[in-house]
Structure formats: C-alpha cells, structure tokens
Design a protein around this ligand. Sequence first.
Ligand code: NAD
Ligand code: UGA
Length: 478
Amino acid sequence: MNLSLTQGLNREMKSSPLGKMSSDPSICCIGAGYVGGPTMAVIARQCPGCQVTVTDVNGDRIAAWNSDELPVYEPGLAEVVSAARGRNLHFTTDIDAAIRGADIIFISVNTPTKQYGVGAGKQADLKFVELSARRIAEAADRDKIVVEKSTLPVKTAEAIGRVLAANTRGHRFQVLSNPEFLAEGTAVRDLLDPDRVLIGGERTPEGERAVARLADVYAQWVPRERILTTSVWSSELSKLAANAILAQRISSINSISAICEATGADIEEVARAVGMDSRIGSKFLKASVGFGGSCFQKDILNLVYLCETFGLREVAEYWEGVVEMNRMQRRRFAARVMRSLFNTAAGKRIAVLGFAFKKDTNDTRESAAIYVCNDLLAEEAQLALYDPRVTAEAIANTLNAGAGSFEVCASPYAAAEGAHAVLVLTEWDEFRGLDFERIYRSMKKPASLFDGRNILDLRALKRLGFEVHGIGRTIETS
Ligand code: NAD
Ligand code: UGA
C-alpha cells in the first residue's frame, strides 16, 4: 500500500487528464454486464460529481439497463440504478462518444476461456479486451486513464499499453489494473462496503498520478486504508489468486464430503469444527453440489495456463486439481441420483429446484445444475425445472435434451407433481419454507429428496417419508 503517496498526489493540481484535476473525472465503462453495470451504478450513486457512462456492443442489454427490467438481478440494484440513472449514470451503445467524453475508461468486457487454437480450454480469450483497447486508441481525443476491470492474465496491461501506444493519434494512456472482487447476489453490498479496493499502476510519476486519480474516486465512499495500491502485475495476479484460493476451499470441503458419505461422518459438523479454528475461519466451507459461476473455473484454468507457460508444471497440476475435484463433485451427485432411481432414469420425472449458480442471482453460467441436468438428460430423464429468477429461455439455452426432455414449471409444487425425485440445486431461501408434506404427497413413491446445498432439515423430511440425501451427510435411506 502506498497511502501517503496517494494522499500527497491528491493535493497536486495538474491540467492533464493524467494528472490530478480539481473536478471529479468523467468515467466510461466498456461492457455493461454483471460487473460493468452494478459497479458503475454504485460509482455514480456514491460520486454525484462524476458523469458515468456505460456502453456495450449489445443493444438489447443497453436497452434493458435503460428500462425497468434490468438485465442483471441483484438485491438493491434497481434502487441504486434508479437513484442515479439520467442524473449522472447513462447507458448507451455509442461507444466512441462514451470514450471521447471520459477521463477514465474502464474495460469490463467478458474474458471467457478460449475455445480454439493454442491454449483452448484454459487460456483466457482476450479478443474483446484487445478490441476495446483498439477502439479506445481510435476514438480518444485526448489523454486517458484506461482501467482493467475485467479479470486478466498477468501482463495483460502491458499488451493493452502496446496496442494503445501503437494506435494512438498522439495521445498518452496510463493503464491501471483494478480487479473487481464482488460476488453475485451480494454485488451492491460488496461494492458499497468492499473488503478492499486494489489498484495496480506503473511505478512512474505518471503512473502514480493515474493511480491516485482513481483512488480519489473510490475514496469518496471507501476508507483510504482499504484502498491498496500495488504494481500492475501484483494486482492482476492477486485477482486470479483470490479466486483460486476461494475455489480451493470449496473443493477441499467437497472432497471431505465424499469421505463423509463413505464413513458416516457429517460434513456440516466437520466444517463447523474445522472453521472454528480462527486460523482457518468458517467462510467458504459450505459443501455443495459444486461451485459454479462464470469465473472460478475460468480463472483457475487461466492460472493453470500461466503456470504451464512459465514451465511450472507441478504448480499447474496443483491448481487444476481444484477444478477436477469440482467436476467430480457434480458427477458424483448425478450418480447418486441415478442409484436412488435403481439406475434407470429413462422416462422418469425428476424435479429440479434451482438453476442459478447460487441464490439471489439470475446468472446460470457454469451452474452445477447444468451439469447435473445434462447427465440426467443423457439418461433420458424427464426434468421439471423451477427457479425463481432464471428465465425458461436461459434454461433452454444451456440444456441438451437428447432423448430426455425438460419443462420449466411455474412453481416448485408443479415441478414436483408426479416426480420420483426432487433435487435442490440452488440455495434459494424460498426452498427452506416449502410445504414438503404437500410435495411428498404429490410424488411417486419411493420419493427421493436430494439436497445439493444442505439447506433442509433432512431428519424432518425423512419423518415425512422421503428418502433423503444431503451432501456429505448420512441420513441416507428410510
Ligand atoms: P458479462 O458477459 O456479463 O458482460 C460483458 C459485457 O461486455 C457484455 O455485455 C458484452 O456484450 C460486452 N462486450 C464485449 N466486447 C465488447 C466490446 N468490444 N465493446 C463493448 N462491449 C463489449 O461479463 P461479466 O460477468 O460482467 O464479467 C466481466 C469481467 O469481469 C470478466 O473478466 C470477469 O471475469 C470479471 N468479473 C466478473 C465477476 C462476476 O461476478 N460476474 C466478478 C468479478 C470479476
Ligand atoms: C466469486 C468470488 O467470491 C468473488 O470475489 C469474485 O469477484 C467473483 O467470483 C468473480 O471473479 O467472478 P461469485 O462466483 O459471484 O463470486 O460467487 P461466490 O459466492 O464466490 O460463489 C461461487 C460458487 O461457489 C457458487 O456456485 C456458490 O454456490 C459456491 N459456493 C460458495 C459453495 O459451494 N460453497 C461455499 O462455501 C461458497
């Protein structure tokens, strides 16, 4: 952290956009997705002096941000957007105008795992980032600060800097790394009260001025001691490391859940006992059907690729194990469902409650539900799905029916009607309060219930007549 430097520079007054100016900077963000939209909405709300423009190539997404049906569901987000939209928060498809009007430009485009050529299946695909950098260089009419908000491999800032420098029409750019640590479902809370804000910049006077300029924006609501400044490379790597270590904890507890199922120990008891050690802590030790989301797997594979590139084979294998354990957890879950159905799911109705990768989001990317459902569809099951936030269209886009079939139902009760098994795959709060007696009555017998999130009282459900199965819990058969 370089606090005193940041504060010292705040007092400087320079006229270049790369220096400190007395007025609040104008901000633009390329990419109006799960990160760009909420992040910019919070900046606009907290910094009324900043004009914030969010831009995207996807016209439908921009139209949705300008409507009452936001494209991203996050608790509290609609309120934040409506407080600032039209005042100092704008959504537009006019990318060039947004770039021209901004002092600080965030790049918050998607960085999926590359699906072709060298590095396919592991390396981050940076084509959208590069396109954004080229667009900035072409459209810029003055010096700019360019901020990596997307999660990127170490040294990407250097590549962005080279693209900008090679295409500039005489303007200077400072490239900063400012990774985002928000989690979906708690994005607004995380943005308003972050554990830390990380800003990486070049260790040059110009770089440090750019870092200070961005730090000033966050300092309008984040305490200075939580704004960390590092080198660009440390910042880029910290983001990948944080996600890898969070996912590693989940894979660790999920691996122990497999031992629990084999031995009769209870994973909830084990996780509690382990997590009460203050050196370990209790967070991210919730056993589940597997972690999902757009980033954990992608970012670990990105880290694996980086290790392989630098000849660090053992390090690469170590981290790849976290992803493999997650795949195994999903497969194991589907296999247990099959066993409870006497190894034949063909033509059987199975209710799936929850499709989002976690509660309080409509995001299904890499959701464990996709993998479990596709395994069961391959066994020709008839799935009846319900999720309170995910649209039928989003579900249909991810499933591969084959000889099986799926339908999206309007309620958990409709999904469970006539089903042989009910699977809870997302920990939505509403599933805790369901009338399971009613559900049991409406199902075929024996009626199995699989709690892929360990949120239900399995003993009580067993008393109702269900054959119950949790993750790493042994209240198995009736
Ligand atoms: P997203 O797919 O929801 O949004 C990305 C947006 O960028 C899309 O709307 C897309 O149309 C737009 N885009 C792509 N190329 C463009 C271009 N050249 N010009 C203009 N717009 C363009 O992705 P996301 O979930 O918001 O993630 C963005 C980045 O943030 C990723 O690198 C991700 O790893 C990282 N991240 C995501 C989360 C999360 O919770 N989703 C959290 C932290 C970091
Ligand atoms: C994660 C990180 O928590 C964020 O800090 C990071 O910014 C983000 O990835 C990113 O880079 O995209 P997110 O994926 O939105 O956030 O949500 P998490 O709360 O981390 O959950 C990820 C997955 O792990 C979910 O499927 C969740 O159900 C699962 N999980 C989480 C568990 O199975 N057990 C746990 O104990 C915690």
